[in-house]
Design a protein around this ligand. Structure first.
Ligand code: PEP
Length: 253
């Protein structure tokens, strides 16, 4: 059985008090809800990580994730944060390859391989993002574009390593735009991604990999998107900043 996962990506939002308030609200709401078969992940910016972890405490099925980690293990890399540091205080997930990092920080598939390796070596679950820009979707070459991203960054890993990676399909034209992919578009790409992973790592392994959808997911569309057979949850940006909306999405399976 594949894991169902809903991960909130706060991006570069919220000051300390706002982050504490949001986390406390989510912790309290999740305690009242029966969502035991869904793993919920909060991915705040670095300064929030440890205090958010404290608030999460032992809340069942609620985990801490980072939005990034270094491709290096340690050393003179001013401004960087290693996967080992994140794991040392209880982070369990790390988002890698988000389109904003690919675009604004010029993160290449090669760099993302190194970051993924660091995450895996330190016991973090990478939430590995892929997705096409609008012009690629309009040209009809989105499947080739996304499968190439995955080939270049992940196909050097062993099946055992690959089995620990979560994929997030995030069409760039749907991120933060209010324009969601239709559930059919999401299903089509998730099935293509799973088939592609299967071509390298075997279909059985691919069938056990969670593939999340990301891109303007909200409480009104989550249920429809999550109902598709190859969609195993969501990576949520804007709607993860509102506790009620985020928890409604968690309840959408
Ligand atoms: C994201 O940043 O991963 C994302 C999906 O953002 P939004 O939900 O705001 O589109």
């Amino acid at each position: 059985m594949r894991k169902k996962i809903v991960a909130g990506n706060w991006k570069m939002n919220l000051n300390f008090d706002e982050g504490q308030k949001l986390t406390s609200e989510i912790v309290n709401m999740l305690k009242d809800e029966n969502v035991k078969d869904v793993s919920v992940v909060l991915n705040p910016p670095f300064p929030h990580l440890y205090p958010v972890k404290k608030l999460i405490g032992d809340t069942p099925n609620l985990y801490l994730g980072s939005q990034n980690c270094s491709d290096k293990a340690s050393g003179a890399y001013t401004g960087e944060t290693s996967a080992g540091m994140l794991a040392s205080f209880g982070a369990k997930f790390v988002i890698l390859g988000h389109s904003e990092r690919r675009e604004y920080f010029k993160e290449s598939n090669e760099l993302l391989t190194a970051k993924t390796k660091q995450a895996l070596e330190n016991g973090l679950t990478p939430i590995f993002c892929c997705g096409e820009p609008l012009e690629i979707r309009e040209a009809g070459t989105h499947e080739a574009y996304v499968t190439q991203q995955l080939t270049e960054s992940l196909f050097g890993f062993s099946p055992e390593e690959m089995s620990k990676i979560v994929i997030a399909y995030e069409p760039i034209w749907a991120i933060g735009t209010g324009k969601t992919a239709s559930s059919e578009q999401a299903q089509e790409m998730h099935a293509a991604i799973r088939k592609h992973l299967g071509s390298k790592f075997g279909q059985e392994l691919a069938n056990n990999i969670s593939i999340l959808y990301g891109g303007s997911c909200n409480p009104s569309n989550a249920q429809e998107i999550f109902s598709k057979p190859d969609v195993d949850g969501g990576l949520i940006g804007g709607a993860s900043l509102k506790s009620r909306d985020f928890v409604e999405i968690v309840k959408s399976f």
